[in-house]
Each structure stands twice: as C-alpha cells, then as structure tokens.
Write a protein that binds this ligand. Structure first.
Ligand code: CP
Ligand code: NVA
Length: 312
C-alpha cells in the first residue's frame, strides 16, 4: 500500500504535505485501525523510541501516543518540562541535539510554532506537532479519518466551523483546502483565523477547486453543512482572556438551532475537552449526530500511521 515515502519527515503542519501524502496517512490509519480491531497489531516500530515533551496539559494526545507506540512494538517516554532541563532554561537547540542521540522521534506540545520548528531544524530525528498555539495537525488528521468513515469522502464536503479560530481551526482551514473540502469559518472578527492562514488556505483551494469562506455572520449558520465543528472558547495559554472571550463568543455556540439547519446526515465534531454550555450545548455534543468519541479514538490510529510512516 506504500506509494509515497515519508520516512524521516517531520509532521509540523499540514501545509508541508500533499493531498496524496495525507491520503496515504489516512489509508494507513484505516488499515491499522482494522488490525487493532482483530487484535493483530503489527509491530512496525519494534525497538524504536518516542520522546514526548508536554509543555501544556493533555489527556488524548498523551495517552494515544503512548499507547500507539506500545501497540507498534516501540516505547514512549513522557518528558515533563518540570523535570527536564529545558524547563530550567536549556536551549531548544541543545535539547534537540541531545534527544536525537537517544530517541527515534520527538513529539512536542508547546506554545509557539517557532519552538517546534527550531526543534525540528536542530535535531536529526522526526518531530511531530502535538499542538502549538497555531496548529493541531494530528487532531485534524483524526477528524478527516472520522469524516471519511461516516460520510465516505472528504472532497466536496461542506465543513462548517463555528467559534474561536483556534489552533484546531487553523489546521482545519489548511487541511480542508488541501483535501478539497469547502470550509466555512464563522467567528467574531476579534477571534477570526490569522490572515496568513486564510490566504494560504485560499491558495490551496484554488488548486483543489474548493471554497474557503471566513465570516462573522451567524445568520443561517449551519445551512448546507455536512460537518459541524467547534473548539473551546478559551484555549490553553489564553486563560487571562477568559471573560472577554466568553462575552465576544457567546453568539457563536454550536447548538441545536444550528444543527437543525444542517444536512440531514450531518455529523458533529469537537476535538475535546469540551465545555458544555459554552462553545457547544450538551444536547448537541451528547446527541445522536455527535461522533466525538469516534473522533477521539481515531487520534490513536492516525498517530500510529504518522509514526509508522515517518520514523526510520
Ligand atoms: N484533543 C486533544 O488534543 O486533547 P488533549 O488536550 O487531551 O490531548
Ligand atoms: N484549542 C484547544 C485545543 C485543545 C485540544 C487548546 O489549545 O487548548
């Protein structure tokens, strides 16, 4: 099933990959998921080690990477900045060079995208983005796997995102455009996606023939949507803006009125953790059209695929 060779590549943002490469990851994820359902996990990374640095909290990313590496026959080490010297000021560059001598890949969850880029530049092993302030590419690959499972395709899908234009939203814009999805982002002006991300998504969309729309207008939100998605109003690291964000985002909630306007078989995504009553209502996230736990499960399968394909 191998058609493109991704060995040795970093996984920092979706814009670094072609549609064919992303499809290869999704096909591999489907294959590994099927294997795991029959308890037949292939040990594709026997004896390999993944270093995992978490500068922010995590449930899904931490557990899915650690379990995923175990299922592939490898080993994952959890590195807390509280314990490693990076937390006491050792440079990113030295950390990258040293870790590269011990582990076969590094996964990092951090703040600025520059940190992850520096780590990748200075180290010699593949680096995987486990979330930055700007992007969350592993999450969006799990979202794509889920959409394909539920709706059978990505191309031509009408994807509507409502709420804060978070790291997840940025990756959805870029990834959606590459895969040929029509992406509509509905956010208040102050919390709309970064201009350079929108421009880049529009460039990709020109090639794939998809439509990218960014608007603060909530009238008719949800109309014609095949997929509805949101994310928390207060992302990690933005806690001091909590009150302002809740006030500005209160009209941008994914609720039943919006879901009722969507296509009959529309599905609801949320990367989790969720705040019921803020960005999404309980009725919607716990309702029959929500697939958020399949989406969370797919983090495991898609990240196994990413690791199996990029780690030498
Ligand atoms: N969706 C997601 O990345 O969850 P965690 O913060 O729990 O890893
Ligand atoms: N946008 C959220 C995603 C959490 C998985 C955050 O950055 O906190």
């Amino acid at each position: 099933m191998m058609s493109v060779n991704l060995k040795g590549r970093d996984f920092l943002t979706l814009q670094d990959f072609t549609k064919e490469e992303l499809l290869q990851i999704l096909d591999t994820a489907d294959y590994l998921k099927m294997q795991s359902k029959f308890n037949k996990n292939e040990k594709l990374l026997e004896g390999r080690t993944l270093g995992m640095i978490f500068e922010k909290s995590s449930t899904r990313t931490r557990v899915s990477f650690e379990v995923g590496m175990h299922e592939l026959g490898g080993y994952a080490l959890f590195l807390s900045p509280k314990d490693i010297q990076m937390g006491r000021g050792e440079t990113i560059s030295d950390t990258a060079k040293v870790l590269s001598r011990y582990v076969d890949a590094i996964m990092i969850r951090t703040f600025s995208q520059n940190i992850i880029e520096e780590l990748a530049r200075e180290g010699t092993v593949p680096v995987i983005n486990g979330l930055t302030d700007d992007f969350h590419p592993c999450q969006v690959m799990a979202d794509f796997q889920t959409i394909r499972e539920k709706l059978g395709r990505l191309e031509g899908i009408n994807f509507t995102y409502i709420g804060d234009a978070s790291n997840v939203a940025h990756s959805l814009l870029i990834g959606g455009a590459i895969m040929g999805m029509n992406v509509k982002m509905i956010s208040p002006k102050e919390f709309s996606p970064k201009e350079e991300v929108v421009n880049l998504a529009k460039e990709f969309a020109k090639k794939t023939g998809s439509k990218i729309e960014v608007t603060p207008d909530v009238t008719d939100a949800g109309k014609d949507a095949d997929v509805l998605c949101t994310d928390v109003w207060v992302s990690m690291g933005r806690e001091e803006e909590r009150e302002k964000r809740i006030e500005k985002l209160k009209d941008y909630q994914l609720n039943q009125t919006i879901l009722d306007r969507a296509n009959k078989d529309a599905i609801v995504l949320h990367c989790l953790p969720a705040h019921r009553g803020e960005e999404i209502t309980k009725e919607v996230i716990d309702g029959p059209q929500s697939v958020v736990f399949d989406e969370a499960e797919n983090r495991l399968h898609v990240q196994k695929a990413i690791m199996a394909l990029i780690i030498e």
